[in-house]
Write a protein that binds this ligand. Structure first.
Ligand code: 5AD
Ligand code: SF4
Length: 477
């Protein structure tokens, strides 16, 4: 079967959008998003389709259509979503014609589908990440109860997974100056703790021309900060037949005319090449930020995690990145308390974190996901020991983050003002090239502009700065 949804099928979705729009008179829709950037990107597509269908987007549980776009990576995220869905029963009572759809990663879990069918009967449909391009057909079916849609849209029904790539979906971007661009979908890595490959399907890459077309469009719309998304961006292109790897794609994106920065996530260390780091180093449009999840510093644990690299090869990449880009910002994900992790294993993680000196870390306590190999493993470590390790890791990282942030004080950097701030007297927030958060004051009209910022203070989590008005027109581009 083709890798792509056919033009005919997309035409059918467009037809469904038109038919919904024809009967819509100012109905509202709310897309409530949980989880990672990929989910945010998916939500922007669903919002785009809802807008085409005539819905006015809002932020209320009382909307006529409510879509909960969910995350399944950890159990507590799932429990939170069940709480949210449970509470929606009141909104549905107030408005019985309301449409409630559970979408996203949880929508791909058989156990969740069963639970929704049995215990959450006010949910009208379940849509997984691979088939959300069929949202128009689903909504039309729920509104009209037509026969074709009825197959998939019975109360508590599900849309079957379909992991082909759908091009040409409308999009309603949340920010004018910031865009997510998915370059690939799914994951083939099967890290032993992770449920994502079971929910987002096998890895598949978009064609480079489709990606470049989207980039040209967002740049023409004034976008300044573009993040290329994929579960494992470094294996981009393995199956496109174009002979273009991720580093080649990045270089091509950087050739697009305009003043913008390119970011990307997530990179898998086993597939991160020196060629990629060289491409970053030689290209000022590529942000000096590498998010390279290490997960653990212990070779023994990395092996049972099925990560396929070791601490030494990881450090080699980090050291090379630092050599070719001395100003690189490094971030990572770490799981504490993986089944069987000993105190010695954990100390290896602390050692690696001290050596790398990350700018910041995303730290997680291991969460058991049914259906993954790690869920079958012995896990004798107590929750107390795990949370003690977790706290020790955070304490170490906080000290490193503060030290690294202090190095910015006194410097003037180019930063993108990205929104209104919520920090004390500072009314704006900005991001450095490497993605560090700056609080600053200035006119709101600067949102979406690059400005020179003189850094005056640093904390563990952010920087404080002042716009350097003298440099405003002459700053390094
Ligand atoms: N438990 C805890 N953290 C997990 N992650 C993925 N699966 C799990 C799990 N079962 C973390 C990894 C990954 C990040 C997105 O979420 O660190 O890089
Ligand atoms: Fe999960 Fe590993 Fe794939 Fe990331 S690379 S999505 S952690 S299986």
């Amino acid at each position: 079967m083709s890798k792509f949804v056919t033009e005919r099928e997309m035409e059918f979705q467009r037809e469904c959008m038109k038919r919904v729009a024809a009967r819509n008179n100012g109905q509202t829709a709310f897309v409530d998003t949980y989880g990672c950037q990929q989910n945010e990107a998916d939500s922007e597509r669903m919002s785009g389709m809802l807008t085409e269908m005539g819905y006015v987007l809002c932020n209320s549980d009382d909307a006529d259509v409510v879509i909960i776009n969910t995350c399944a990576v950890r159990e507590n995220a799932e429990n939170r979503v069940f709480g949210v869905i449970g509470r929606l029963v009141h909104a549905k009572r107030r408005n019985p014609s309301q449409i409630i759809i559970l979408a996203g990663c949880m929508g791909g879990e058989a156990s969740v589908r069963e639970k929704i069918k049995k215990s959450y009967r006010h949910v009208d449909a379940v849509l997984d990440t691979t088939s959300f391009w069929r949202l128009p057909e689903l909504i039309l079916g729920l509104l009209e109860g037509d026969e074709r849609a009825a197959e998939i849209n019975t109360v508590g029904g599900v849309v079957e997974p379909d992991s082909r790539i759908a091009e040409g979906m409308p999009v309603s971007r949340l920010y004018p100056h910031k865009a997510w661009v998915s370059i690939m979908y799914g994951c083939n890595n099967f890290c032993s703790y992770c449920i994502v490959p079971y929910l987002r399907g096998r890895e598949r890459s978009r064609n480079s021309e489709d990606i470049l077309k989207e980039i040209r469009e967002v740049v023409a719309d004034g976008c300044k900060d573009i993040t290329l998304l994929g579960q494992n961006v470094n294996s981009y292109g393995e199956m496109t037949g174009e002979g273009l790897d991720f580093a080649d794609l990045l270089a091509k994106v950087a050739e697009v005319d305009g003043d913008f920065l390119i970011r990307f996530m997530t990179s898998h260390p086993k597939d991160t090449s020196k060629k990629l780091l060289d491409t970053m180093a030689s290209n000022p449009k590529i942000a000096r930020h590498l998010h390279l999840p290490v997960q653990s510093g212990s070779d023994r644990i990395l092996k049972i995690m099925n990560r396929r690299y070791n601490a030494e090869s990881y450090m080699e990449l980090i050291n090379y990145a630092k050599k070719v880009m001395p100003d690189i910002v490094l971030t990572s994900d770490i799981i504490v308390g993986f089944p069987g992790e000993t105190e010695q294993d954990f100390e290896q993680t602390l050692k690696l974190v001290s050596e790398v000196e990350y700018d910041s870390l995303f730290t997680f306590i291991y969460s058991k996901r049914e259906g993954t190999p790690a869920a079958e493993m012995e896990d004798p470590t107590t929750p107390e020991e795990k949370s003690d390790r977790f706290n020790r890791l955070i304490e170490l990282q906080n000290a490193i983050s503060l030290k690294k942030h202090k190095e910015y004080v006194g410097k003037t950097l180019r930063a993108l003002v990205d929104g209104e701030g919520r920090q004390g007297d500072h009314n704006l927030s900005a991001r450095t090239n490497g993605g560090r958060l700056i609080h600053l004051s200035g006119d709101k009209s600067l949102i979406g502009e690059f400005v020179p910022v003189h850094i005056t203070q640093a904390t563990t989590w952010s920087l404080v700065g002042e716009i350097d008005k003298g440099l405003m027109n002459g700053v390094r581009k």
